[in-house]
Write a protein that binds this ligand. Structure first.
Ligand code: GAF
Length: 393
């Protein structure tokens, strides 16, 4: 019996790999870059992300089945077959993002039916620019439209986050899914992760550009280390809040309170808590810099942010530190820092457009010499959020 099911799945997969299917609907969903405010989202803090022009494209059609779904990844050259009546965790990397979203949708509505989906992406995977949230939000958007599920944007943002918690195992904040869905061309977004209020901030860099340097490394244990950081900061917060008799939120405590509890906290929790408060402050200052078109000061905040991530929150790695340090010798680079969850992925650099080529060449050479790894650079600009680009809508 099991054998037959597997055989059937294999046949479906093989025929889908070859088939030229006509789809009814196409969705485009972006990755994100976070200008500043890292690991603050799950700490009730502020973030300043933007959707980027690297995107996942997902095509959909209803297939007439009640429960059978197929999702074909062109990049991974593989097909996931799902039975909506049996939602188990998958084994292959990207499968759990899909399965998690389908499961969360089914917990919210009864309208989901069998569908076929094909996807392709130019978002570098596992590099801190949130290819996973792009996939989650694109899938939720497409299915919402295809089956008229009636979900609003915030429901889709939050179900993507829950998919990561429940199927992938990362206790992530809300920033990535929010950025993917709410992105706007030429704007970053100041999000208050406590109230979920947000403001679009015009983000024009000319004559500078946002240059990403992908280290092409992702260190092991990044998921467990991410969850550890969350646990460490929240246990530190609890000590400070209890000691001062204030509500248990980073928005209710101050640096003075943290300093006053240093002994009780111990060095590690002290570093985690003070980082969160300092990074929140930097986000608010960064917004002022953008509003005043003061990119020089913005750059300095980026460097300070990276120092906090490296020394206090300890989410950087030698490859990221090397690239950030390398950029300091370039007067055409205003600032640089790691981006996203950390432990690998990209650095974000604000670079004068005339110096991009020479900076990339020099950084690539130095990086290769030091780590024997190729660097993958790309420029990006703040872009539109998830949208239906063909069909329905
Ligand atoms: C990952 C998470 F998914 C986000 O919620 C955020 O915490 C980020 O790391 C760090 O700022 O991308």
């Amino acid at each position: 019996m099991i054998k037959n099911t597997n055989l059937m799945e294999d046949r479906i997969k093989e025929s889908l790999k070859k088939a030229e299917v006509t789809y009814d609907l196409e969705v485009s969903s972006p990755g994100r870059v976070n200008l500043i405010g890292e690991h603050t989202d799950y700490n009730d803090g502020f973030v300043l992300p933007a959707a980027i022009d690297k995107r996942i494209f997902m095509r959909f059609r209803a297939n007439g089945s009640r429960t059978r779904c197929t999702v074909k990844s062109k990049g991974f050259d593989s097909v996931l077959v799902v039975d909506l009546s049996k939602m188990d965790r998958g084994t292959e990397g990207w499968h759990n993002y899909v399965l998690g979203v389908l499961d969360e949708i089914q917990l919210l509505t009864a309208g989901l039916r069998g569908f076929d989906c094909e996807m392709e992406t130019d978002i570098p995977v596992g590099s801190g620019v949130s290819s996973s949230a792009a996939l989650e939000c694109g899938l939720a958007f497409g299915l919402n439209e295809l089956f008229g599920l009636g979900l609003d944007r915030w429901q889709m943002i939050k179900l993507g986050q829950r998919a990561e918690h429940n199927f992938v195992g990362t206790q992530c904040g809300i920033m990535d899914q929010f950025s993917s869905v709410m992105g706007r061309k030429d704007h970053s977004m100041l999000l208050d992760c406590r109230s979920l209020d947000f403001e679009y901030i015009p983000t024009h860099m000319a004559p500078y550009v946002i240059l990403m340097l992908n280290t092409n490394v992702k260190h092991n244990l990044s998921t467990s280390a991410y969850n550890d950081r969350k646990q460490e900061s929240s246990s530190g917060l609890k000590i400070v809040a209890e000691r001062h008799g204030v509500p248990n939120s980073f928005r209710e405590i101050t640096l003075d309170m943290v300093n006053g509890c240093r002994e009780d906290l111990g060095e590690l929790r002290y570093r985690r808590c003070s980082y969160v408060l300092e990074e929140n402050q930097r986000v608010l200052e960064a917004v002022e810099c953008l509003k005043n078109n003061d990119l020089t000061s913005l750059g300095k905040l980026l460097y300070e942010s990276h120092r906090g991530q490296r020394e206090k929150y300890e989410i950087s790695c030698p490859e990221l530190d090397f690239l950030v340090d390398f950029s300091r010798d370039w007067e055409e680079v205003l600032g640089a820092r790691m981006v996203g969850g950390g432990f690998g992925g990209c650095t974000l650099n604000i670079v004068h457009r005339d110096a991009v080529d020479s900076f990339v060449d020099a950084a690539s050479e130095a990086y290769k010499k030091k780590f024997s790894i190729g660097l993958s650079p790309f420029q990006t600009v703040p872009s539109e959020g998830t949208a239906i680009i063909n069909g329905h809508g």
